[in-house]
Write a protein that binds this ligand. Structure first.
Ligand SMILES: NC(=O)c1ccc[n+]([C@@H]2O[C@H](COP(=O)([O-])OP(=O)(O)OC[C@H]3O[C@@H](n4cnc5c(N)ncnc54)[C@H](OP(=O)(O)O)[C@@H]3O)[C@@H](O)[C@H]2O)c1
Length: 347
């Protein structure tokens, strides 16, 4: 498919959503295997993100990854209303939202979901996630050294109270699926023991430099779909979220070489790899050309088995979104959040 400038992209070019690979969840529901991220962070305004949602829907995206904490669900709701007004059926969209960390209490979960539904102009969500397993509030945009004096570790009994409210949302028809995010194997094992409604999805950081092979295999073996956030290594994340050890998959020489071979940006190679490996990437972009190219990348010109193997060998265990602000004790290292010793880090 040929494409020219952004103006042309905005009006003329579409990819048939039926060509986009789908994931089949344990309920039998189908979820498009690529979604558009909607976290504008510090540099993309709510109205710009809403414009991206409209452009993406025109291109053929049907899956949108939203969250109350992104501060733009009301704008995205307007965009979705226009998308549906233009003839896209609600059942053909896959809309995710997430409950933020300061809303884990039973009634707060319900109220937060109702607020997201109202903002998004929807009668139900396809997927509602517990955004982080720590009920800790920190102000948006704060530095990674910021700590809440009320910070709490993961307490399984408390998480399950939150999960019961998530289950009620399904029972009440407000939400079709529920899921987890930023979890570890030890935490997920406990949740799977106690859940009445099992998580359908686990959203986790996934890119060629952070492949999380054990967690990836664990969730898949339990019929939980892995959704991969920051699939390009979040190249434009704010300075405060960077450390000297971080590496960038889109600068990796192997990815650059494969990109050249396919005539695409290295970002598109990361997206192709993600979908072919079996996760569902949710790349963000404020650039219509990139939004389009990411979707095109998963419908044409797949990577070869050899290229998949090469990228599989690039894992550096390089977590970029470390979550430091969730630490609950002085002097702790961010690894404590991720249960790297194979058990839930004790309080
Ligand atoms: N569950 C969680 O805790 C969690 C955490 C983080 C993120 N997320 C979700 O994951 C989404 C994506 O993560 P992210 O925003 O951190 O990072 P990302 O998707 O890895 O990277 C986004 C950046 O890549 C650039 N980009 C996208 N496509 C490109 C292309 N084809 N060529 C060149 N550059 C391209 C974009 O720049 P341009 O705008 O210039 O295209 C954008 O700034 C978020 O928006 C959010 O929905 C969830």
């Amino acid at each position: 498919m040929q494409h020219g400038g952004v103006g042309e992209l905005l009006t003329d070019i579409r990819i048939d959503p039926f060509l986009v690979p789908q994931r089949c969840l344990y309920t039998g529901a189908r979820m498009p295997a690529i979604g558009l991220g909607t976290f504008g962070s510090d540099h993309v305004s709510a109205s710009q993100v809403a414009e991206c949602v409209k452009a993406a829907a025109r291109f053929g995206y049907r899956h949108f990854d939203c969250a109350s904490v992104y501060g733009n669900e009301d704008h995205i709701g307007q965009a979705l209303a226009e998308v549906m007004g233009s003839g896209v059926a609600r059942e053909d969209l896959w809309i995710t939202s997430k409950v933020w960390n300061d809303k884990h209490a039973e009634e707060d979960v319900i109220a937060s979901c109702e607020k997201s539904l109202a903002d998004l102009h929807l009668g139900y969500l396809d997927l509602y996630l517990v955004h982080w397993p720590f009920p800790n509030f920190h102000p948006p945009g704060c530095d990674v050294t910021a700590r809440s004096k009320d910070a709490m570790p993961y307490v399984h009994a408390s998480y399950m109270k939150t999960w019961r409210s998530m289950e009620k949302l399904v029972e009440r028809g407000l939400v079709r699926h529920i899921g987890t995010s930023n979890m570890t194997i030890p935490k997920l094992k406990r949740v799977l023991e106690d859940a009445r409604i099992r998580p359908a999805v686990n959203e986790m950081e996934l890119h060629p430099h952070f492949q999380q092979p054990e967690l990836f295999e664990f969730v898949r073996s339990h019929h939980i779909e892995p959704v991969g956030y920051s699939p390009l290594g979040s190249p434009h994340r704010p300075e405060r979220d960077r450390t000297a050890e971080d590496t960038s998959p889109t600068d990796d020489t192997v990815i650059l070489r494969i990109a050249e071979r396919h005539g695409v940006h290295p970002a598109v190679v990361c997206i192709k790899w993600a979908v072919q490996r079996g996760q569902t990437p949710i790349p963000f972009s404020a650039n219509p050309r990139n939004i389009f190219n990411n979707l095109l990348g998963v419908t044409a010109d797949p990577l070869t088995e050899e290229e998949m193997r090469e990228i599989g060998g690039l894992d550096r265990n390089c977590r970029l979104i470390k979550g430091q602000v969730f630490l609950w004790k002085e002097g702790q290292s961010w690894e404590a959040l991720w249960d790297v010793n194979g058990e839930i880090t004790p309080a």
